[in-house]
Design a protein around this ligand. Structure first.
Ligand SMILES: [Fe+2]
Ligand SMILES: [Fe+2]
Length: 440
């Protein structure tokens, strides 16, 4: 620790960082009346999920431990090599900026280097660069650091900056990630500004290192969440493209897949599946016809009616899809497999590939059957005209309890507004840019 003395010379009391002072410090902390308080703060810090609140807790607690009038928290911006203000508190000036306040700190960041040279003139950048603690009893009598910023602030506002304690915030790996700067310690009885008690420095150093660990953990956690989000997006993108490959071959449109999957998600929601399950239906249903990749073009693309043998082969797209999607640990792929296998089963047992009946058909398959057929019949195909919407409704009503699960049909009509909103041709902003090959 460096104590900048009133004699005017910086007295280099010790260059050891607080973390390396070892058992002496530990002992001091253990004996300190602040120990219990510190332990509680540590728990609060590790629990806080909002990084802005974390900043505030750190400054508030450090100020309450030392009676400091003001507190500033800087984080190191490693890319720009500067200290960025995150929190600025001052009781006397009734100032609370940054963190959760929404009040932006407009003060410029502190550079860590000036024209390639380490910026040792500024106390906060000195602490960031060296990892040492600086304790200044009186800014106006101290030498060794440039406090003109503080004195200019004092001139402008009438405030009197006096004592200052500046502490590095070190991560698990002993990296300085930020700086905590406390201003004007006050005597609890007289409320007069006093020097920071060297005894309390250990407590603050301990708080700063706990804070740094909590901050680093939070940052790592957020990076992890973001990485997970990116992976999930990439996975869903792959799923969509897989679906589109099959649709492309079948001359169905990407829009069919998109609309049909959205109808399926609406029906899932209406059947009281959780939002997470409805989301799985949304993405899983896009793979309902992936098995068509395995059907010979001569059959898949035949412009005329299929004969019995060809029809049998065509039906195999369900089991081919089931094989393609089997064995995956992903819940989404498993749902896709279930849908691929069961979307042509019929409530009355006349469907394929297994001829399952009623609730023996997986719910996902029963949902997708209604969504798939509704979209297929309302879309024009080269070999037939599209049904009008009214004709399609009639088709579903007539199939209720025969081709379709009556409950699913009921939900379809209960949620008709949402269905119609998706059906409208305004949905051209396809998730994937497929317009180049969207065929009718
Ligand atoms: Fe199909
Ligand atoms: Fe389909």
């Amino acid at each position: 620790m460096i104590t900048v003395t009133k004699s005017g010379k910086a007295k280099w009391a010790s260059l050891k960082s607080p973390n390396k002072e070892g058992s002496h410090n530990q002992e001091a902390i253990m004996n300190s009346s602040h120990f219990k308080e510190l332990a509680q703060i540590g728990i609060a810090l590790s629990r806080e999920k909002d990084i802005n609140k974390l900043f505030e807790i750190i400054v508030d607690e450090a100020r309450s431990l030392t009676g400091a009038d003001g507190g500033t928290l800087y984080l190191i911006d490693k890319r720009k090599m500067q200290l960025r203000f995150e929190i600025l508190h001052n009781d006397t000036m009734k100032m609370r900026m940054g963190g959760t306040t929404g009040v932006e700190i407009t003060l410029p960041p502190v550079p860590l280097f000036n024209t390639g040279q380490p910026n040792y003139a500024n106390v906060s950048s000195y602490v960031a660069l060296t990892g040492t603690i600086v304790n200044v009893p009186d800014l106006y009598e101290a030498e060794g650091f440039d406090f003109t910023g503080a004195s200019m602030y004092d001139d402008r506002t009438g405030y009197r900056s006096q004592s200052m304690l500046v502490i590095p915030m070190k991560s698990h790996e002993d990296d300085v990630i930020g700086v905590l700067q406390l201003l004007n310690a006050r005597d609890p009885k007289s409320n007069k500004v006093i020097s920071f008690d060297p005894q309390s420095v250990d407590s603050i150093a301990s708080l700063a290192s706990q804070a740094a660990v909590a901050l680093t953990n939070r940052q790592l956690f957020e990076e992890l969440v973001e990485a997970k989000r990116r992976t999930e997006r990439a996975f869903l993108d792959t799923v969509q493209r897989l679906a589109i490959v099959a649709a492309y071959k079948d001359k169905e449109t990407a829009l069919h897949v998109k609309r049909m999957s959205r109808y399926s998600a609406i029906l899932a929601g209406g059947l009281c599946l959780s939002p997470a399950q409805a989301d799985i239906v949304l993405h899983g249903s896009q793979m309902h016809d992936v098995g068509k990749i395995g059907i010979p073009d001569a059959i898949l693309l035949k412009p005329a009616k299929l004969d019995a043998r060809e029809w049998d082969i065509m039906k195999q797209h369900t089991t081919i899809g089931g094989h393609m999607l089997s064995g995956s640990p992903s819940e989404l792929m498993q749902a896709g497999r279930t849908i691929a296998l069961s979307h042509h089963e019929r409530w009355d047992g006349s469907g394929y590939p297994k001829g399952l009946e009623k609730e023996d058909i997986p719910l996902l398959g029963r949902i997708c059957a209604v969504a798939d057929v509704f979209d297929a019949v309302t879309t024009r195909r080269p070999y037939r005209e599209a049904y009008s919407t009214q004709e399609a409704y009639k088709f579903l009503r007539e199939g209720r309890g025969k081709q379709f699960d009556p409950r699913v049909v009921d939900v379809f009509f209960a949620r008709l507004d949402e269905i119609v909103a998706i059906q409208k041709p305004s949905i051209h902003n396809s998730l994937i840019h497929t317009s180049a090959w969207e065929v009718a």
